[in-house]
Design a protein around this ligand. Structure first.
Ligand code: NAD
Ligand code: UD1
Length: 355
């Protein structure tokens, strides 16, 4: 049987690296294209260590046609593309909108052109629950209206979804899904790969783990006067390994489709909401580590609550989130703890860069 090669753009990143591991487990042959604009090369070594495979890496930019053409010339036919590569810092996108449009929309455009030119039959796109804005009804379903985006980052997700849908409506032989992720957290059980935030983390869980590790003084809980049971915001936190598995199920779903042209969208979340204080308390319970924190003013742009209607993915993709919040938080801590010890040694000059 022909190998099922999958081109994974952004495969060295947080979600991409976990998905590459799950692709190997499921019998696919992932090939990574990454420009390392937000990731580290040692993650590739770690992926190879976990999988026992020499997963091919191409260093390049998925928005550059020449870089993408080079990958196809070297690798030949691809069974699918999973397109993760994008810039994702919401605040940064407000101050550098053109950089976000060029990278995220340019990347999407080039990958869709490649799918057509090289006759790739399957395509999975990384979208986000951010496209719903502040939803009227909860849990939020896939047919909820897409609201004006609160940031250029959010705009790139809305426009990229639209580009994909319109392209497919033109009759091109491509089957595709957009996966709208809720809040990914956690790390691989090996502790070898996980999220690598650059600078001061903006997201809740990396801020918690860095505060617990003593790298940050205090966690600010942004607002306790929302209309939620404890006054803090509610989100749907999904374990990154469950999220990675959703991509395999999405590929299998597309393979089951008998048509040559197809498009749909799926929420990828647990269907359950947790407040900021619940996350904090659960983290302290599972790790036994106290996290200094204080209530701070609301963060601008935050909505009170959002969580997924997860039924469509369960029924059609045959996927649901299996891992618990406790698992996710203890794996984040294990990753933080071991990564930190390597970084600390590196700073003290006792070790070369991690491998
Ligand atoms: P990440 O930054 O860890 O990974 C993205 C990877 O893409 C990085 O390795 C980066 O170097 C690479 N990259 C960026 N632009 C590139 C380009 N032009 N060419 C080649 N490589 C490029 O981010 P992540 O958290 O793994 O997110 C993956 C995808 O999921 C992104 O599209 C992101 O917008 C989306 N998403 C993430 C979240 C989240 O909270 N992490 C939530 C919803 C959606
Ligand atoms: C953010 C992004 C969203 C992205 C998502 C992925 C914004 C406006 N949105 O969503 O586009 O898809 O990450 O994970 O940035 N919190 C604190 N203290 C902190 C950090 C966060 O109290 O130091 C609270 C926030 O107010 C929020 C919750 O924790 O209520 C989760 O925050 P965060 O992890 O940043 O995710 P989102 O804001 O949901």
């Amino acid at each position: 049987m022909r190998a099922k090669k999958i081109l994974v753009t952004g495969g060295a990143g947080y979600i991409g690296s976990h998905t590459v591991v799950e692709l190997v487990r499921a019998g696919y042959e992932p090939v990574i294209l990454d420009n390392f604009s937000n990731s580290e090369r040692f993650i590739i070594t770690r992926i190879r260590k976990i999988t026992g495979r020499n997963v091919p890496l191409h260093t390049g930019d998925c928005a550059f046609r020449e870089d993408v053409a080079r990958v196809f010339r070297k690798e030949g036919h691809f069974h699918g593309i999973i397109h993760f590569a994008a810039l994702k810092a919401v605040e940064e996108s407000v101050s550098q909108p053109l950089r976000y449009y060029r990278n995220n929309l340019g990347g999407m455009l080039t990958m869709l052109e490649a799918a057509e030119q090289y006759r790739v039959p399957n395509f999975v796109f990384s979208s986000s629950c951010t496209i719903y804005g502040n939803p009227d009804k909860l849990p939020v379903r896939e047919n909820a209206p897409v609201r004006k985006a609160a940031s250029p980052y959010g705009e790139t997700k809305q426009i990229a979804e639209q580009m994909l849908e319109t392209f497919i409506q033109s009759g091109v032989p491509l089957k595709a899904v957009s996966l709208r992720y809720f809040n990914p957290i956690g790390a691989h059980s090996s502790g070898l790969i996980g999220e690598l935030p650059l600078g001061v983390p903006k997201n809740l869980v990396p801020f918690i783990t860095q505060t617990a590790a003593g790298l940050r003084k205090i966690l600010q809980v942004y607002g306790d006067d929302y209309s939620t049971p404890d006054g803090t915001c509610i989100r749907d936190y999904i374990h990154v390994v469950d999220l990675a598995v959703a991509h395999i199920r999405a590929l299998m779903y597309l393979e089951r489709k008998r048509t040559r042209t197809f498009y749909d969208v799926f929420n990828i979340g647990t269907g359950r909401g947790h407040s900021v204080l619940e996350i904090l308390r659960t983290f302290e319970k599972v790790t036994g580590v106290k996290v200094p924190h204080k209530i701070a003013p609301r963060r601008s742009g935050d909505i009170a609550k959002i969580y997924a209607a997860a039924g469509k993915a369960k029924k059609e993709l045959r996927w649901h989130a299996k891992r618990s919040l406790e698992d996710a938080l203890s794996s984040s801590w294990a990753w933080q703890s071991q990564f930190l010890s390597i970084e600390a040694k590196r700073k003290l000059g006792q070790s070369k860069s991690p491998s």
